[in-house]
Design a protein around this ligand. Sequence first.
Ligand SMILES: C[S@@+](CC[C@H](N)C(=O)[O-])C[C@H]1O[C@@H](n2cnc3c(N)ncnc32)[C@H](O)[C@@H]1O
Length: 362
Amino acid sequence: MDYKVEEVLGNYKLLRYPKTTNKSLRAWSNAELLVADYVKEKNSETVHVFNDRFGVWNCLLNEKRITTIWTYASQKKAITYNLELNKLDVEIEYKSPLDTLKEVDLALIKIPKSLELFELFLQQIHKSATSKIEVVCGFMTKYFSASYLEIAANYFEEVSQTKAWKKSRLLILKSPKKNEYKSLINEIEWKDTFLTQYYGVFSSGKIDIGTRFLLDNFKMKSNEIKVLDVASGNGIIAYDVLEQNKNAEVTLIDDFNLAIASSKLNVLSKKTKFVCDDTLDSLSEAYFDLVVSNPPFHFEHENNIEITFNLFEGVEKCLKVDGRFVLVANKHLNYKTYLLKLFKVVGIIAVNNKFVIYECLK
Ligand SMILES: C[S@@+](CC[C@H](N)C(=O)[O-])C[C@H]1O[C@@H](n2cnc3c(N)ncnc32)[C@H](O)[C@@H]1O
């Protein structure tokens, strides 16, 4: 393993979607390059790729028959963007992590931050694995822990690691064990019910304390009917909106397909719309009376406030004049300066030692 990054990347150009001004954020990691180099000579007919966040494998391994298991709407856009940039065919086969796969004999995973999501991927692979299956997982050593090995060992007899290359390493899994599958759905107690969510969706064991603070302090007004829940996760905010007013017409939007799939299990009103997207561009302008959110600022191992600010701009566009945007945020993020650039009034509904709830008027 004495090759250089440029040798693996060759003439391929890979850029980030969404674009960022942060020059330290790249569209590829050494872990993904290490995987690509390891599998390029393998003569497996098909390859299933998981968490190919910006399309590195879809580009570098384009000569193979790839099935991409997608998790984020922004990931699909990034893959298309990079395939076009490299003048490659953009017609690729997508499956969701909940789909049944055809025979899998080579699978690539960029290990996600969420252990639960890693397990969900492994279970999906295991269910369709052939006896000669090889699962090649790439990771940056600073993000790895023994817990990933424990999960892998529940599904595969052979679990081995390669030597490190530029702070990255491979975990290779072979020989699927005979398994009883456990349910990969969490149940969270909330008021007099249980909310359910697939493994990997935000705040798996309990309701997030920021969200709880928001819901303890937020009251809808009687004229707020058209409501948008931005970055909706398991749908708890939309669920609460409908508890407050069962006539509300709620739209939920989240970038993560398992979040949207989970919210469909929790928010059952027939008037509800579910949108899997990373921007609000597809929503009608000046349409909503109220937007409520616990917005994201962590994206896997990165913090990227630019994405949060883009969502705020989208909120401003799709709110009616005099409409309300209520959001909870960690106090240290200090969103007020930015919100004041977009909204005519930015007030505070409640604050505690960790969180603040802003109320913005368009
Ligand atoms: C802090 S969580 C809030 C989830 C849920 N509302 C709650 O309170 O439990 C943020 C959510 O933002 C989603 N997300 C991340 N980037 C996004 C984007 N660009 N557009 C929409 N949702 C996004 C994540 O998938 C995650 O579900």
